[in-house]
Write a protein that binds this ligand. Structure first.
Ligand code: CLR
Length: 409
């Protein structure tokens, strides 16, 4: 555990507590689905070959290609290894803090292995919250745009805030299906040493389904990820190598942490599906383990991780606190999770038709859609547009004041 030591940390801790962030999360977390996966086995190539050149939003695939999570919940999966951020905050050396922040940015890819399935596309206005009293953080995401699909997210904990937009450009090239994330991700870190909050930013790398034609589909993640500490000017470029011919570079990632004076301070290396090592750049230094992936459970439906299995749990105490826009209440996804695939398909058509009807109504009334919990702003440091949380969700939730959200399911 990481005790709170600074005023900024204690201030944030008080907010989390005062706003009742953990109310409803008393039941603990679910670690398995009751279902054993019996989706029909189908050839990806067989169904995809007619869709070359299309992006994901233009593909109509049978619901059996889905997994029982939504893209909002896939963003929440970034939270699996937030321990790394708590650790980062404990180091006095900014270069070492960046080593741990970089490992956090790379850690989210471990869960993409063996998940060749389409997450549900969130409906406009759909929200998803996930709080962990045992880890002292809360997470919230809202679907703020439908065309193009954009989710705005923010996670908060005493030592850090992590926020950004989840938006992807996807295209099926025949040999591979590429998903390129567009948004910038931000981290405000509140280190134990010093009184200043630090800003880090990075962009996510490309995810790709390869091996479609040969009938051996796998998820690869590749490209360069530049992580910058804007406060100290430390930076690192993590190089995620493409899997390569005969898979010889599979899962490999490496990078060098360079401080504000241009000096190489640490090297990072390893595999994003299993373990990352760090090494001090000085002579005679041993490498050390920064991060290890959690073991993957055997026989989990949809090959979910244990963490992912917790996301859609309809915990009884929690249901009293959720707005009706929360993913956990979405009927098609619930049916999918329970293995009722035909129901899932029917329900999916229903909620999508409801979404189209709402849009037609807005258009007829000449109304512009406005997200409920985020507004667009300009970031003071990066100068980029980003989604600013209006900070009303958790407060209203604690006061059972979420009744006026639209009925979208
Ligand atoms: C990767 C990590 C990012 C967020 C993110 C966004 C889109 C996700 C992607 C992650 C992983 C791969 C993904 C993709 C959407 C579709 C794609 C789930 C989580 C799957 C593998 C495509 C399946 C293809 C079908 C035709 C079956 O931070």
């Amino acid at each position: 555990t990481h005790p709170l030591v600074t005023l900024l940390q204690r201030e944030k801790s008080l907010i989390l507590e005062k706003e009742g962030s953990f109310l409803g999360y008393e039941d603990g977390i679910r670690t398995r689905l009751s279902l054993s996966d019996d989706r029909p086995k189908i050839s990806l190539w067989g169904i995809l070959k007619s869709m070359i050149g299309k992006d994901m939003t233009k593909m109509t695939l049978p619901v059996s290609f889905n997994e029982c999570t939504s893209l909002l919940q896939r963003v929440a999966e970034d939270m699996e290894y937030v321990d790394l951020l708590d650790s980062a905050a404990t180091f006095e050396d900014s270069a070492l803090r960046l080593v741990y922040v970089a490992a956090f940015a790379a850690s989210e890819y471990a869960s993409t292995i063996d998940r060749i399935a389409k997450p549900f596309n969130p409906l406009l206005g759909e929200t998803y919250e996930y709080a962990r009293p045992d880890r002292n953080y809360r997470f919230f995401v809202e679907q703020v745009s439908h065309h193009p699909p954009i989710g705005a997210a923010i996670a908060e904990s005493p030592k850090w805030d992590y926020f950004g937009e989840s938006a992807v450009k996807s295209k099926f090239y025949g040999r591979s299906f590429d998903i390129k994330p567009l948004g910038t991700w931000y981290l405000n870190l509140r280190p134990d040493h010093g009184i200043k909050e630090e800003l880090y930013t990075w962009k996510k790398v490309t995810s790709s389904v390869v091996g479609i034609i040969t009938g051996n589909p796998t998820v690869d993640n590749y490209g360069e990820m530049k992580i910058v500490n804007h406060t100290t000017k430390d930076s690192v470029v993590l190089n995620f190598k493409p899997r390569g011919w005969r898979s010889n570079n599979a899962y490999e990632v490496k990078g060098e942490v360079i401080d504000g004076k241009g000096v190489i301070r640490y090297t990072i290396g390893g595999h994003w599906n299993s373990v990352l090592y760090g090494k001090h750049a000085g002579p005679g230094k041993e490498k050390f383990v920064i991060w290890r992936a959690n073991p993957r459970p055997k026989d989990m439906a949809f090959n979910l991780t244990t963490f992912a299995a917790s996301l859609n749990a309809p915990q009884e105490k929690l249901l009293d606190w959720l707005p009706q826009t929360d993913t956990r209440l979405r009927p098609d996804q619930r049916a999918m999770e329970e293995g009722r695939y035909d129901d899932a398909s029917v329900e999916k058509n229903k909620v999508e038709e409801k979404q189209r009807a709402a849009r037609r109504k807005r258009e007829a009334a000449n109304q512009e859609y406005k997200p409920k919990w985020f507004t667009l702003g300009t970031h003071p440091v990066t100068g980029e547009q980003y989604w600013v949380f209006n900070n009303k969700y958790w407060y209203n939730r604690a006061h059972h004041n979420l009744k006026d959200v639209p009925n979208i399911f």
